[in-house]
Ligand binder design. Structure first.
Ligand SMILES: *Cc1c(COP(=O)(O)O)cnc(C)c1O
Length: 418
C-alpha cells in the first residue's frame, strides 16, 4: 500500500513528497503515508499504529488531534476561512505571545517559519542600514535564499550544500561561521541569526555562557541578535529559549508550536525595532493569509494549553526518554549519546555529544541512525527519517508511552548491535 501510494505520489509530486525530509532518502525505504493521528500515535494507510516522535517536526506539542484545538478549528472555520481584514483572534494571539515572551512588545504574524526568518533578516537590514548577516553552520532557518547556506535539517540530510538555484549574489552578504566559536563581527553586519538551542543538526547545545557572549558581542558592534525560535519558542519554556537561557535577543522568529498544527509563523521584538515594519516604517512585508483566523484559533488554543505544569511534564518525559534510550544503547554495547535540553532531544551514534556541525556530520555518517530508525519503525515507533532531526515527545507521551518506547528501544538496539 505504501509502495503503491508512493509510486502514485511520485507521478505527480517531485520525489513524491512536499518536503524533502519526508522522502526517507537518508534512511532508505518507502515512507509510510499517514491516514490519521491521535495523542502520541499515528496510523498509516495500512492500519499500522506507531508511537510518533516526529509530531509534525514540532507543532504537535499537545499531542495529535487534541479535542480543544479541533473544537477551536471547527468553531473558527464555521465563521469563514479568510477575510483580508483584521480580526479579534489576531489580537488575542499577539497578546498571548507578548505576555509569554519577555522583550517581545509587538509581533507580526506570517504563514511559516521561513517567512518569519526571511522577514526578520529584511527587518534587521532595514533597521540597521547594513547588508551583511552572520549565521552558524548547521543552523536551519528555513529555505529563503540568503539563509540556506550550510543549513541543517533537510539541507544537511540530503547532502546538498545550500541549494542550486541560489545565485551567488543572494548569499554574497551571508557569512557562515562555526557554532560554539565566537564569530568575528564588525559594523558592516546587520544581524547575527541563530537557533539558541540548535536542533536541526541534532541537538547541539550552546556552550556555557556562549549566548551571553554573543549578546555582548552584538551590542559592541551594533549588530541585531536574532533568535530563530521556530523550534524552541513555546517549547523550551513559556518564554522559549530566551527565558530558558536568560538571554534577550533583538528579534525573535517563531513557527511550529505557534500555529497549533496549522500554517503560521511570527516575528517580533521591541516596539522600537518593529516600528520599521510597514505600515509604520519602510520595511515591507505582507501576506494574503497572514493571521489566518483558523490558524490563530488553533495556535491560541495550543498556547493556552501550555502552562508551567505542561512544561514540567514535557521535560520529565524527555528526560526519562533520553535516559532510557542511553540505557538501551549501553546495554547493547552501542556507542551513543542522547543530548536533551528541556523537552528537546536527539540521538547521535558516537561517544561524545557534538559541539558543532563538523562533529555532528562526522557522528551522523556511520549509518547507524538509519539502522536504528528502521529497527524502531518495524516495532511500531516512528522517529524522524533523518539523523539530524530531533525527537519531539509531546504532552500525550505519558510515562507509560515513554516506557513502552524504551522497551522497544532495547530490542531495537540489540538488533542493530549484531
Ligand atoms: C522548521 C524551522 C524553520 C522553517 O520553518 P517552516 O515553517 O518549515 O518554514 C526555521 N527555523 C527553524 C529553527 C526551524 O526548525
Amino acid at each position: 500500500m505504501s509502495e503503491k501510494l508512493f509510486s502514485r505520489a511520485k507521478q505527480v509530486i517531485p520525489g513524491g513528497v512536499n518536503s524533502p525530509v519526508r522522502s526517507f532518502r537518508s534512511v532508505g525505504g518507502t515512507p509510510y503515508f499517514v491516514a490519521r493521528a491521535e495523542g502520541p500515535y499515528i496510523w498509516d494507510s495500512e492500519g499500522n499504529r506507531y508511537i510518533d516522535y516526529v509530531m509534525s517536526y514540532g507543532p504537535a506539542i499537545a499531542g495529535h488531534c487534541p479535542p480543544q484545538i479541533i473544537d477551536a478549528i471547527q468553531q473558527a472555520s464555521g465563521n469563514g476561512t479568510s477575510y483580508g481584514a483584521p480580526t479579534l483572534s489576531e489580537i488575542e494571539i499577539a497578546e498571548e505571545i507578548t505576555k509569554r515572551v519577555h522583550g517581545v512588545d509587538t509581533v507580526r504574524l506570517v504563514s511559516s517559519g521561513t517567512e518569519a526568518t526571511m522577514t526578520a533578516i529584511r527587518l534587521a537590514r532595514g533597521a540597521t542600514g547594513r547588508d551583511k548577516i552572520v549565521k552558524f553552520s548547521g543552523h536551519y532557518h528555513g529555505h529563503a535564499d540568503s539563509l540556506l547556506a550550510a543549513g541543517g535539517s533537510g539541507v544537511a540530510n540530503q547532502g546538498i550544500s545550500g541549494s542550486s538555484g541560489v545565485p551567488a549574489s543572494a548569499v554574497a552578504d551571508t557569512i557562515v561561521t562555526p557554532w560554539n566559536t565566537i564569530p568575528d563581527l564588525d559594523s558592516s553586519v546587520a544581524a547575527l541569526i541563530l537557533e539558541p538551542l540548535p536542533a536541526n543538526m541534532g541537538v547541539v547545545p550552546p556552550k556555557e555562557n556562549f549566548l551571553t557572549e554573543l549578546r555582548n558581542l552584538c551590542d559592541n558592534h551594533g549588530v541585531l541578535l536574532v533568535f530563530d525560535e521556530v523550534i524552541t519558542g513555546f517549547r523550551l519554556a513559556e518564554g522559549g529559549a530566551s527565558q530558558w537561557y536568560g538571554v534577550t535577543p533583538d528579534l525573535w522568529c517563531f513557527g511550529k508550536v505557534i500555529g497549533g498544527g496549522l500554517p503560521m509563523g511570527a516575528y517580533g521584538g521591541s516596539s522600537d525595532v518593529m516600528s520599521n515594519v510597514a505600515p509604520l516604517g519602510d520595511v515591507y512585508q505582507a501576506g494574503t493569509l497572514s493571521g489566518n483566523p483558523i490558524a490563530t484559533a488553533a495556535g491560541l488554543t495550543q498556547l493556552r494549553l501550555l502552562d508551567a505544569s505542561a512544561y514540567e511534564r514535557l521535560e520529565i518525559g524527555a528526560k526519562s526518554l533520553a535516559e532510557g534510550l542511553c540505557a538501551a544503547f549501553n546495554s547493547a554495547g552501542i556507542d551513543a549519546v542522547v543530548p536533551q535540553v528541556g523537552p528537546i532531544l536527539s540521538i547521535f551514534f558516537t561517544s561524545q555529544i557534538p559541539t558543532n556541525f563538523d562533529e555532528a556530520q562526522e557522528a551522523a555518517k556511520n549509518g547507524k541512525y538509519a539502522e536504528f530508525f528502521h529497527a524502531m519503525l518495524s516495532r511500531g515507533v516512528a522517529l524522524a527519517p533523518g539523523p539530524y532531526e530531533a525527537l519531539f515527545p509531546s504532552l500525550a507521551h505519558t510515562e507509560k508511552i515513554i516506557s513502552e518506547t524504551i522497551e522497544i528501544a532495547h530490542e531495537a538496539a540489540l538488533e542493530i548491535a549484531q
